[in-house]
Design a protein around this ligand. Sequence first.
Ligand code: PHB
Length: 397
Amino acid sequence: MSVFKHPGAFVRKLAVGASMAAATMLPLSQAAADTIKIGYMLPYSGTFAQLGEMITDGFNLALKENGGKIGDYDVEIVTLDDESNAGRATRNMQQLVSGENVDVVVGTVHSGVAMAMVRVARQQGTILIIPNAGLDAATRQLCGPNIFRTSFSNWQPGYAMGHAAYERGYRNVVTMAWRYGAGQESVAGFKEAFEELGGTVTREFYVPFPEVEFQAQLTEIASMQPDAVYVFFAGGGAVQFVRDYAAAGLKDRVPLIGAGFITEGTLQAQGEAAEGVLSALHYSEALDTEENQAFRQAFHDEYGKYPDIYAVQGYDAAKLLIEGVNQAGTKSRDDLIHAMRNVELSSPRGPITMSRSHNPIQNMYLREVQNGENVVIGTAYEMLEDPGTGCAMRDVN
Ligand code: PHB
């Protein structure tokens, strides 16, 4: 177990795997009354490792800008690498909630892992802030007062892109994604908007997560000649897919469109192959706002690299907590939840408010890769709100 410090906050890494007898374990430590103890449950290895790092960096930057404190509380952080492994997710979450007794869990990236985290959070009542995973159910049928999200629902970028695709004149589209919650829900969101306007999804291809072997499907797509191909891939998988799409000779024949993760944090590695890719997302590095410019500069000053949407979502997760504690004046759970429900942020992505099911209401931008940048070419959908279907607390103010 390694112990290290960053300004104002105490950080400890959990030795994952070594302490897996979580259910019978005594609490390792109790969060002191003057401390907010936060558990980061994020991927620090595997195909989403870079996403986990970016979220962590974003969260830590907001803490640092706040003097390393949250309200009058000191901050203690424990980190756990979830490896985007859904099979271990329940035990990992229990380790943070029951073993470490954290006040708040921040995580994760992968929808399958998030599903287990949401279930534990619903049972135990611990506050969970999701800084990426789009799992629709987290803010629909599995919503809960203690469950918040600062990212998106998988439906949101998909639905926005469905609209934009139809407006661009595409009528027959083929989709391709990883076969797991996020891929399937992203495609479902796309299809809902695209087909309600009159378009047709002619074929849905899936590959197992986190596989990056796309050749067979690309060959079939080449023979089909759709108007466009809509995809959901992210991280290392997005890099590989965009390269393979170009290498298969499809780039200049069939437009590649997607949920914005396809070109997020990946452009350098994708190079020329990404030029012209069209996507919908709640962020673009090119957003010309004071908040975005200040954030990008501060992030670069701190880490020597530029942020992406994952960093923004991590930053906003910390902001949500900081604002909540400031407004409640306490970390006491029910007061804090009430305050967090009503937080509004001037995020680097633009304004966000929490829907009644605790998912951000936010702009979805239409972006096109031009000269290695996701340039904003329009708004795919203004202040899009996830329908929150099946969330009982939607009607509570
Ligand atoms: C997810 O699993 O929900 C997920 C993962 C990576 C992304 C977006 C969504 O970039």
